[in-house]
Structures are given as C-alpha cells and as structure tokens.
Design a protein around this ligand. Structure first.
Ligand SMILES: NC(=O)c1ccc[n+]([C@@H]2O[C@H](COP(=O)([O-])OP(=O)(O)OC[C@H]3O[C@@H](n4cnc5c(N)ncnc54)[C@H](O)[C@@H]3O)[C@@H](O)[C@H]2O)c1
Length: 127
C-alpha cells in the first residue's frame, strides 16, 4: 500500500465547510444506492481530503436529522446565523431553494473565505 499523501496525513489545514439546506442535493442523495458518489454536496466535502464537514444547517428538523445520521461528525443547526457564529467556516455551500438561497447567499457572503452557491442564487447574482 502507498503512503497516504492526503492533506490530513501531511498535517495541512483543512477547509471547514458547512452545508445550508440538507435536502436532496445538499445531503440526502448520498443515501441512494444507485447514485454515483459523491451524489451530494456533503458527500463531496467528506470525500475531499482538503475539506472537513463542520456542520449541517436545515430549517426542516426531519431533513436535518436524516442528514445528521448520514454525517454524524458534523454539528447540526436550524439557523445559518448560529452556525456561522459558532463554526466560522471557510466554505458555505448553499443548497436551499429560492427565496431562501438568495437571502442565505447575501448573509453568508460577509463571512467565509470561499463560497459555493446553488444555481438559483447564482442566477439572481448574475442579473
Ligand atoms: N435536486 C437536484 O438534482 C439538484 C441538482 C443541482 C442543483 N440543485 C439546486 O439545489 C437547490 C436545492 O435543491 P434540492 O433538490 O436539494 O431541494 P430540497 O427541497 O430537496 O432541499 C432543500 C433543503 O433546504 C432546506 N431549507 C429551506 N430553507 C432553508 C433555510 N432558510 N435554511 C436552511 N435550510 C433551508 C429545506 O428544508 C430542504 O431540506 C435548488 O436551488 C436546486 O435548483 C438541485
């Protein structure tokens, strides 16, 4: 077996990511056996050696609980503001739908180093 050359193994800092909106593309597609992996933003974050899944955010307790079971090491929040305050993430993945996506993007854009957004928010921002 070869040496582990991942960022974690080399002791490099890993970017801390949070997922806002833990529905299908945010997290839940990861549990569907037929889908190629990673199938969700949360799945992509945990698969990348440069990133850590710090937290999951969703206003729907059922989706938050389902995502939390799939990614048990991530903290869980029902509000983005509380998450940003506590977690100070480097990356915020917004996978909510309009109009939440728009508000969340504008709010998050003051805080993190990097941002990734949903199609809906991107459309709004390029107008
Ligand atoms: N489903 C897909 O295949 C797919 C693919 C690419 C992009 N997208 C885009 O991703 C976005 C989400 O799509 P989806 O299919 O995963 O939707 P979804 O309805 O399955 O998930 C959206 C989640 O966001 C949560 N949410 C809503 N308002 C919130 C808020 N204020 N704070 C935190 N969470 C909140 C909902 O409770 C839900 O769990 C859409 O903009 C969609 O266009 C979807």
């Amino acid at each position: 077996m070869g040496a582990d050359t991942s960022a974690a193994a080399k002791g490099k800092p890993r970017y801390r990511a949070v997922i806002v909106g833990c529905g299908k593309i945010g997290a839940l597609f990861e549990s569907e056996a037929k889908r190629a992996k990673p199938a969700s933003h949360a799945g992509a974050v945990i698969q990348n050696p440069k990133t850590v899944l710090a937290a999951l955010v969703d206003t729907n307790p059922k989706n938050l609980a389902a995502a939390g079971q799939m990614f048990p090491h991530a903290a869980r929040y029902s509000s983005l503001s509380a998450c940003l305050k506590n977690e100070r993430p480097d990356i915020v993945v917004i996978s909510t739908k309009k109009p939440s996506a728009e508000k969340d993007f504008i709010y998050a854009s003051d805080n993190p180093m990097y941002r990734l957004t949903s199609k809906e928010a991107a459309k709004i921002l390029t107008l």
